[in-house]
Design a protein around this ligand. Sequence first.
Ligand SMILES: CC(C)(COP(=O)(O)OP(=O)(O)OC[C@H]1O[C@@H](n2cnc3c(N)ncnc32)[C@H](O)[C@@H]1OP(=O)(O)O)[C@@H](O)C(=O)NCCC(=O)NCCS
Length: 406
Amino acid sequence: MPWNVRPTADLDEFRSAVGAIGHYFGGWPADEEAAQRFSSNLPLERMHAAFDGDRIVGGAGAFPFELTVPGGTVRCGGVTVVGVLPTHRRRGILTAMMRAQLEDIRERGEAIAALWASEEVIYRRYGYGLASLSCEMALPNGYAGLREPPDERATVRLVPLTESRDVFAAIFDRVRLRTPGMFGRTETWWETRNLPDPPERRQGGGEKNALVLELGGEPAGYALYRIHTKFEAGGAAGHVDVIEAVADGPVATRELWRVLLDMDWKATLKAYLLPIDHALVHQLSYPRRMQLRVGDGLWVRLVDVGAALSARTYAGDGPVVLELDDAFLPENAGRWRIAAGTAERTDDEADLALGVEELGSVYLGGFGFGDLVRAGVVRELQDGGAARADAVFRTDAPKPWCPEIF
Ligand SMILES: CC(C)(COP(=O)(O)OP(=O)(O)OC[C@H]1O[C@@H](n2cnc3c(N)ncnc32)[C@H](O)[C@@H]1OP(=O)(O)O)[C@@H](O)C(=O)NCCC(=O)NCCS
């Protein structure tokens, strides 16, 4: 059955379309005000609704993001709130929504799309590739030592959430512009998503705290954290949750984390959404005790392959030629030659054959072609093809990091 999918036209439609995934969250958005607040970051026309007759049974949204890629930024559809009501699952509605959404993203001139997957099995079929890894840590209190002594220029102050936005945003922007995988935040985004602290989101913890680290009086890092206090058998058994910690440079990173690591009355320091190459691994005396758990992070889809490949920078001039398969958006398929920072169609012989999802995996620098050849998911057509391609795509940027699920 061909489903009718189109952007929402008013707040009622928007609320119903968002409500498809909201159903699984227990009935969100609860009221018009909550829908209005969500739409302050997601314009109505960026929310697609799937209809069964005149009833909305599915929804898929895309935030208008600016995403950092190696050497610059690129406009990106930040795919979010994808859901189909339980009454209509497994009838092709997600596929219909993904098609309409990717066409829309392309028409808007966004060369790529990115998302966090609720289940990692869902999105490869639509051309998304695993582009970054994301880590959680749970460090027991006795092992929170750092190798280096404190830097005497470092000072820390707690700030009210309501006064933290501008100083946080300035630090965040410096870091995000050099870190692939991070997206820009508007003032509204900070005010509606990062800083609010509604009691129903505290999950038994205390209030959300904000602190700023300064080096020589200049703001260089910030952290948002929540304390979960608990005592058992006369000792601290609770934990501190680091919601977000962003620091500009190695000393700022170490001194910011020192404050979190040193916090009293906790048995464990927990942190989420950390990059795989986090500096703490090298800064802690007991890195094994971080108990790092690694999972999938951002998934990336090249929507307009020529524009996306030409939007990032490269370490080598190339050329390298890729034979690309893209079953869901066949207009991207064919042979692409990347030379001197530009991607063009070509009839030259290809070095490698791969699917568009594998190109999504290497695009931000999270993985190399060699990794994917060794995994058997990219095929080398010429000897040394993967090594040549890796020499071109190599980047000195940090590993891709997206510190926030959207
Ligand atoms: C995930 C969800 C959106 C899928 O919607 P749907 O309309 O049932 O999906 P479709 O019928 O279009 O399925 C498309 C394909 O994906 C597969 N698929 C979809 N969801 C899947 C899942 N969770 N696990 C395994 N396969 C899945 C289908 O089997 C189908 O495969 P096929 O093309 O080989 O036949 C829906 O089940 C849902 O809303 N789940 C809860 C919310 C959620 O997880 N949203 C995703 C947020 S990132």
